[in-house]
Design a protein around this ligand. Structure first.
Ligand SMILES: NC(=O)c1ccc[n+]([C@@H]2O[C@H](COP(=O)([O-])OP(=O)(O)OC[C@H]3O[C@@H](n4cnc5c(N)ncnc54)[C@H](OP(=O)(O)O)[C@@H]3O)[C@@H](O)[C@H]2O)c1
Length: 243
């Protein structure tokens, strides 16, 4: 596989779940990974695991719902590294469980600010460095709920349908600069997302049948090591057996 040594990768939602696995995967290929999430203690733990495996990372405790904090992160990456080769917009929240007509406005806003506005602001902050370099990868983590209806999860589903539209449009804007923009849409992944699974033998069996975070990380690694003349624009990742 291509060596990512010397490259800067920024991964949002790197504190746990898919983002942590993606960060470990990119660091294992040699990238210096900027780990972004709110919980600094959890980010420190991921950084420790990367160090232990001989990789490089720095942490950035950022609330992605804050446009100012994202702008400051962009400036910091410009000052410290003056490059950004890979951006993985992975952070996301669910707030699933109510029909839309009972969904509080705060839940709608939190969902859209995290799942759709933050990827826009991260791209706005970091894509200029990719355009200058005439290379780069932006990978947005969507969901199969961004292709299918999700009753009692309309805001989440709509935010992911929106993220798909953003991805396809930005891919067309940036391909002329050698920047490749892709979306990964996984089915159920075994993480704490939406509160995680209850404990018990049947839940453990279901969790084992789900997609594992490392499976998503493998797809990210595949996308960022594609030969420069082509790119995988979309991956639908399904569990082999329905959980
Ligand atoms: N798990 C699934 O079944 C599944 C399926 C399809 C798609 N996905 C998508 O995959 C992505 C990752 O999901 P996951 O399962 O790994 O979820 P997770 O375990 O709940 O992790 C979510 C990550 O996002 C970060 N985050 C949330 N809000 C944030 C904010 N305002 N600012 C900064 N960071 C924030 C969290 O860190 P902090 O709390 O420390 O900020 C955490 O690191 C999401 O976009 C999700 O929609 C998940």
């Amino acid at each position: 596989m291509t060596n990512l040594t010397g490259q800067i990768a920024v991964v949002t939602g790197a504190a746990r779940g898919i983002g942590a696995a993606v960060s470990l995967g990119l660091a294992s290929l040699g990238a210096h990974v900027v780990l972004v999430a709110r919980d600094a203690a959890k980010l420190n733990e991921v950084e420790r695991q990367i160090n232990e495996a001989g990789g490089k990372s720095t942490i950035a405790a950022v609330d992605l719902r804050s446009p100012d904090q994202i702008e400051a992160l962009g400036r910091q990456i410009r000052e410290q590294h003056n490059r950004c080769d890979i951006l993985v917009n992975n952070a996301g929240i669910g707030l699933i469980g109510k029909p839309l007509h009972e969904t509080p406005l705060e839940d709608w806003q939190a969902t859209f600010e995290t799942n759709l506005q933050a990827p826009y602001l991260m791209i706005r902050a970091l894509a200029p460095m990719m355009i200058e370099a005439k290379a780069g990868h932006i990978i947005n983590i969507s969901s199969l709920a961004g292709r299918n209806p999700l009753p009692n999860g309309a805001a989440y589903s709509a935010s992911k349908w929106g993220l798909n539209g953003l991805t396809y449009s930005v891919a067309e804007e940036l391909r002329q600069y050698g920047v490749r923009v892709s979306v990964i849409a996984p089915g159920s992944v075994n993480t704490e997302f939406g509160g995680g699974s209850a404990a018990g033998p049947e839940e453990a069996r279901r969790a084992a049948r789900k997609i594992q975070p490392a499976d998503v990380a493998r797809v990210v690694e595949m996308l960022v090591t594609q030969a420069p003349q082509s790119f995988v624009s979309e991956v639908l990742l399904r569990p082999t057996q329905k959980p």
